[in-house]
Design a protein around this ligand. Structure first.
Ligand SMILES: [Zn+2]
Ligand SMILES: [Zn+2]
Length: 119
């Protein structure tokens, strides 16, 4: 079930993201959308409740139906949630980077056990 991928650096992901947006206007639109989602969810991780007001840059906006599999969900606010850095990388370590679903997100949120630090 769980897919474990070789560790990729954040730099690789960001680089890929910049390549996706050769069109600068679209990149700006994405950044604004992220800011709107962060405000909507009050900079709070949907799994552990960590609030990221300072520095909010460490918060991650996650696509519930992931980017490559769900074109129409790319800019849909209902498809976006806020994660902390740790839970975001944990999610993708557990479920991979493709074919992500809402069920995975629900399962992931329910699996949060604050009394076990490493989960
Ligand atoms: Zn979290
Ligand atoms: Zn994600």
């Amino acid at each position: 079930m769980a897919k474990y991928k070789a560790k990729k650096t954040k730099r690789t992901v960001r680089h890929r993201e910049v390549q996706r947006y050769k069109d600068k206007a679209e990149l700006i639109e994405l950044i604004e959308l992220r800011q709107a989602i962060l405000r909507r969810d009050n900079y709070t991780c949907c799994r552990c409740g960590l609030v990221h007001r300072y520095p909010y840059k460490r918060a991650r906006v996650h696509h519930i139906l992931n980017w490559s599999s769900c074109i129409e969900g790319r800019k849909d606010p209902y498809n976006l949630v806020v994660f902390c850095l740790r839970d975001h990388s944990l999610f993708h370590k557990r479920y991979g980077m493709t074919n992500n679903t809402r069920e995975q997100l629900e399962e992931f949120i329910l699996s949060y056990k604050p009394w076990i630090k490493s989960s």
